[in-house]
Design a protein around this ligand. Structure first.
Ligand code: TXE
Length: 480
């Protein structure tokens, strides 16, 4: 049984408490490793290491930092098979998905910021004719990165790469539910020769390690992805210390299908946007609104294709859906299906847990579930479920569907299917969300601002937004 360690000051160390947490493989429902049950003392060690490393790291050139990040990207590619297997075992997602989505993107994150930092520029302002101003953008110092369990290495590196590229040192915490690829990233950083203390990983519970990072006065900036409730706790801890916060939180994303859409593309992509990663992506379109003229046609074809999805052993290449990430989360998702029935919904397909035979007989599996007949304003349609559950709701006019779409406390992403440009622009502009896809889903350009509004978060990741977040700006004015 493997006992992974914290990565602090360039080496692997045990938690000061000597205590460990069971790490369960959700596909088989069994413990397969142990992770440190660290606490604020371990965080303090990591902060001290990061502080000691910061002056030298901040003084390196962009070229030097770029070389380290590109080396890490290259090593992620080298170890991609091992990382993908670790991700699939830890999270329950199909191995094929871990290969094609998670690990490739983790390498891309390091590669993107390893090159972006070479092209970063800042402004100057000529106060004619008497002075010139220039903006100096400097690294903040020790920054905190806290990430969730749904896309473990993908989202972990999406924070760490820009933080390091900008010249900061990092104290990072992966989810205790999926710590393995973060641990393997530590090994990669050691192999890449990353100077000690530049990146430090502390494993453990959110209310202990995560809270300690959020409260630590020597960590002036926190980048977090996870649930809205946790985002509030981090904001409450950081606000009195005037910490810089980047919060990428939950979503309840509308997927809007107009009757003039390209039907085949809309149906095929909607199956993906509903159930990829067992529906455990903050960008999944969990509320599908279909214009009345094609409601029955879309419903029948969508349900037919969902029934063809195979829920199976994540290590089998033909599994479309793997295991839900934990027993607790599986119970949460199933409880929402029961709630939907109580709220008047009709389950068109799915709705139950899946009992597999053989290796995965004790795993956490749920059928992809489609429900219709609910009010757009009921709890099922207002709260984030974050699993293999979508609802279908008919609408008639643009105004009606914009009202439905904007009715939740969330505002992360939205998808619109229409061949009418005016409809596309008008609806996209009216939606309360940070990201809108038109006739596509999860088509990503890493240069674009990424984040949500309302309860979906604060700030933007991606592109130069992230480099701005991880730096402080100073304006210097020189009299001519
Ligand atoms: O997230 P948490 P969970 C949503 C989804 C899910 C819900 C909770 O609805 O059901 O959030 O998921 C750390 N101070 N999303 O429980 O708790 C925790 O250890 C500091 C959407 O996984 O937010 C982990 O490392 N940190 C989301 C990280 O926060 C704390 C993706 C996320 O855990 C902490 C995942 C605290 N007090 C879940 N408590 C998305 N937007 O993609 C916990 N943590």
């Amino acid at each position: 049984m493997e006992y992974i360690k914290n990565y602090t000051d360039g080496k692997f160390i045990s938690p000061i408490s000597g205590k460990y947490i069971e790490n369960i493989n959700p596909a088989i429902g069994e413990i397969y490793s142990y992770i440190p049950d660290a606490d604020e003392q371990d965080v303090a060690l990591a902060v001290a290491a990061a502080k000691a490393a910061f002056p030298a790291w901040a003084a390196t050139s962009a070229q030097v930092r770029s070389a380290f990040l590109l080396k890490i990207a290259s090593l992620i590619d080298t170890y991609s098979e091992k990382l993908a297997l670790a991700e699939s075992i830890d999270n329950g997602k199909p191995l094929e998905l871990a290969k094609t989505m998670d690990i490739g993107r983790a390498a891309a994150n390091f590669h993107f910021y390893g090159t972006a930092i070479l092209h970063e520029s800042s402004e100057s302002h000529f106060t004619s004719p008497t002075a010139i101003n220039y903006t100096l953008r400097k690294p903040i110092g020790v920054v905190g990165c806290i990430s969730p369990w749904n896309l473990p290495l993908y989202l972990f590196t999406w924070k760490i790469a820009p933080a390091l590229a900008a010249g900061n040192c990092v104290v990072a915490k992966p989810s205790e539910i999926t710590p393995m690829t973060a641990y393997l990233l530590s090994e990669i950083c050691i192999e890449a020769g990353l100077p000690k203390g530049v990146l430090n990983l502390v494993h453990g519970y959110g209310h202990k390690v995560g809270q300690a990072i959020a409260e630590n006065p020597e960590i002036p900036a926190i980048s977090f992805t996870g649930g809205t409730a946790t985002g509030k706790k981090i904001a409450l801890a950081g606000a009195p210390l005037f910490k810089k916060l980047s919060l990428e939180l939950g979503g309840k994303n509308p997927n809007i299908i107009f009757s003039d859409c390209n039907f085949e593309n809309a149906v095929a992509t909607s199956v993906r946007s509903s159930f990829t990663n067992q529906g455990q992506i903050c960008l999944c379109g969990s509320r599908i609104f279909i214009q009345k003229p094609i409601y029955e046609k879309f419903k029948n074809e969508f349900v037919r294709r969902v029934k063809l999805l195979k829920v199976g052993d994540p290590l089998q290449a033909d599994s479309d859906l793997g295991a839900t990430v934990s027993k607790q989360h599986k119970d949460k998702v199933l409880s929402y299906i029961e709630l939907a029935k109580q709220e008047g919904g009709t389950v068109l397909t799915g709705g139950k847990d899946v009992k597999l035979q053989g290796r995965c007989e004790n795993g956490y599996f749920i059928e992809p579930t489609v429900i219709e007949g609910l009010s757009p304003y009921c709890r099922t349609n207002q709260e984030e479920i974050f699993g293999s559950v979508v609802t279908l709701t008919p609408f008639e006019s643009e105004e009606e569907v914009i009202r439905y779409a904007n009715s939740t406390p969330y505002g992360l992403s939205a998808t619109i299917w229409t061949e009418n440009l005016n409809t596309a622009h008008h609806v996209a502009h009216a939606l309360e969300s940070g990201i809108v896809w038109i006739n596509c889903w999860l088509l990503r350009d890493l240069r674009t601002p990424f984040g949500g509004v309302k309860n979906s978060g604060l700030g933007r990741e991606g592109g130069f937004e992230a480099l701005k977040f991880f730096t402080e700006e100073k304006n210097i004015c020189i009299k001519l």
